[in-house]
Design a protein around this ligand. Structure first.
Ligand SMILES: Cc1cc2nc3c(=O)[nH]c(=O)nc-3n(C[C@H](O)[C@H](O)[C@H](O)COP(=O)(O)O)c2cc1C
Length: 260
């Protein structure tokens, strides 16, 4: 443990697990003994403040070029009290647009002091085997970069005497959010009602009727596609023309970016 940072808080929202993998790899690179993990995928963060001598790493997916509303809601009670933080976004190889700036600004608004930031790539939630978009990412290369990023963060904290304002890409006003379409993944005939999809849904949009049918509340569904990715029978489907658009236009591999 270094002199300045007494604990690291790894705080992430990750319906399909890619942000979680990046968070863990950054945590490995930070090489601290006192690492506390807060997975806010399924509920609010359990603390309202962090110690002033801790470092909080915020990791979130990018939705529509922005930070998902659920991430911000689940952190709403958290106060930084001047502690350092590292905002990190994970996007599906299209772009992160204003998400990193929004995450940084939100952290500052809650009293945190950003020291570094990063953007990583994860398999797109709408990637399908026949039309892959960043399939399998973060891969070995991404995770090595994430670990390296963690190491560089600690190096900066230890070596830079006065940490100035952090600049990250993005625009304000942020990209306008499109209204969500009244659609959701559906369970097809291959569904055996095992309930894995119900447990995977961060907004509790999926339930089983007394007749054993799996139904989805389209108003609660955020289209995160966690249910599609975890279904052991590939019985959950969400078909959108957007997958082909992404496949046609954003298949070229993007690489992680660091900001110090
Ligand atoms: C509703 C929604 C909107 C998304 N918007 C974007 C986007 O604007 N740009 C992008 O590159 N990826 C976008 N993605 C893809 C996710 O950012 C990406 O798959 C991420 O790795 C998912 O993180 P998770 O595995 O932690 O859930 C979107 C995914 C969803 C579900």
């Amino acid at each position: 443990m270094n002199k300045i940072i007494k604990a690291v808080n790894l705080i992430y929202y990750s319906p399909t697990g890619t942000s979680k993998k990046i968070a863990h790899a950054i945590g490995d690179g930070l090489k601290v003994n006192n690492l506390l993990e807060y997975d806010i995928t399924f509920g609010d963060i359990s603390i309202s403040s962090v110690p002033a001598d801790s470092l909080s790493v915020f990791v979130t997916p990018v939705y529509g070029g922005r930070v998902p509303a659920q991430f911000l809601e689940r952190l709403s009670s958290l106060n930084g009290d001047g502690a350092m933080c590292v905002p990190v976004v994970v996007y599906g190889n299209r772009h992160y647009d204003d998400a990193l700036l929004e995450l940084k600004n939100e952290a500052v608004r809650r009293g945190f002091r950003p020291v570094a930031a990063a953007a990583f790539i994860g398999e797109h939630s709408y990637s399908r085997p026949e039309m892959p978009v960043a399939q399998g990412r973060p891969d070995y290369f991404d995770l090595s970069m994430a670990e390296h990023f963690g190491k560089e963060v600690i190096d900066k904290i230890v070596s830079v005497p006065e940490i100035g304002e952090l600049s990250v890409p993005g625009n304000f006003p942020y990209k306008e959010l499109k209204p969500k379409q009244p659609v959701a993944p559906v369970s097809t005939d291959a569904c055996c009602s095992c309930g894995v999809c119900i447990a995977s849904c961060p907004t509790h949009a999926i339930s089983e009727t007394s007749a054993g049918e799996i139904i989805t509340d389209v108003d609660k569904c955020t289209l995160c596609c966690a249910c599609v990715k975890v279904c052991p029978n590939a019985a959950r489907k969400f078909d959108t023309p957007f997958t082909k658009f992404l496949y046609d236009n954003f298949s070229e591999r993007k690489i992680p970016e660091f900001f110090f």
